[in-house]
Design a binder for this molecule. Structure first.
Ligand SMILES: O=P(O)(O)OC[C@@H](O)[C@@H](O)c1c[nH]c2ccccc12
Length: 275
């Protein structure tokens, strides 16, 4: 049965074909020569206080339609950075999320924070494109890739100096992700095949992410209490979109997430110490 994910990916392939025709791979690769070296997000993520926040620039979503008017993504990104976001995610998928590589360019020009190109990566061209537009990380969705392509895109990202966030949704996908020896594994509460959100997916799978790998809780955070739940399940980072683009004061919202995470961690530590 064709899933929502299949539909999104067929649109992504068409748009990709158009971009490739306008800018052939060899010319795209030439542009890598003039882009600054990728930033390593891992020291920042690992040293973040209670949790590292990955704050997302997200204009709309297939399940909810338009979320927010974002006339200047660079300004939004600056408030994310000021609030303490460790990474800024920029959705570049055009048809369902109303994103673009132009958004990524604007954000890149506005902040020095590591940037994640959030898209449906199914082709090496997109990985090169991410780097050429200044991304430091890419998302790789296990459900969208076979093992060979998953490994190829993962290796390519590493060879370009980028870090991959490997996204999973169930135990079988987590095993496939861990076979790559990843540094960042995201568990998405939203099932991309049906678009249903179930935070229980995250709290069930995060404890299976081994020590040394940072588990990222993705989707479904509407406030500090959700962040605390994810931290208690073992999240080292949380990825938040909708709640931040809809908040009039995203900088303060991120600080609130970090405070809630710190409090949850302090309680966990006290529990472990038998207090
Ligand atoms: O807006 P939310 O519920 O905070 O979710 C953010 C992020 O997790 C979500 O945008 C996302 C996670 N994985 C994806 C893959 C593709 C597109 C979007 C996503």
């Amino acid at each position: 049965m064709a899933t929502v994910l299949d539909g999104i990916i067929s649109g992504v392939r068409e748009d990709l074909g158009r971009r490739r025709a306008a800018l052939p791979p060899a010319e795209l690769e030439d542009r890598l020569g003039s882009v600054a070296a990728a930033l390593d997000p891992m020291p920042g993520i690992r040293s973040a206080d209670g949790v590292a926040v990955i704050a997302e620039v997200k204009r709309s979503s297939p399940s909810k339609g338009a979320l927010a008017d974002i006339p200047e993504p660079g300004l939004l990104a600056r408030s994310y950075a000021a609030g303490g976001a460790s990474v800024i995610s920029v959705l570049t998928e055009e048809r369902r999320f109303s994103g673009s590589l132009a958004d990524l360019d604007e954000v890149r020009a506005a902040v020095r924070t590591p940037l994640l190109r959030k898209d449906f990566m199914v082709d090496a061209y997109q990985v090169t494109e991410a780097r050429a537009h200044g991304a430091d990380l890419i998302l790789l969705i296990v459900a969208a890739l076979d093992d060979v392509l998953l490994r190829d895109l993962h290796d390519q990202a590493r060879d370009l100096g980028m870090t991959a966030l490997i996204e999973v949704h169930d135990a079988a996908e987590l095993d496939r992700a861990l076979a790559l020896d990843p540094v960042l594994v995201g568990v998405n509460a939203r099932n991309l095949k049906t678009l249903e959100v179930d935070p229980g997916t995250v709290t069930a799978l995060l404890p299976r992410v081994p020590a040394g790998v940072v588990g990222v809780a993705e989707s479904g955070v509407s406030g500090p209490a959700d962040v605390a739940d994810y931290v208690r399940a073992g999240a080292g980072a949380v990825l938040v979109g909708e709640a931040l683009v809809k908040d009039g004061a995203p900088e303060a919202a991120i600080r609130g997430f970090i405070d809630a995470a710190n409090a949850a961690r302090a309680t966990l530590r006290a529990g472990a110490a038998g207090e």
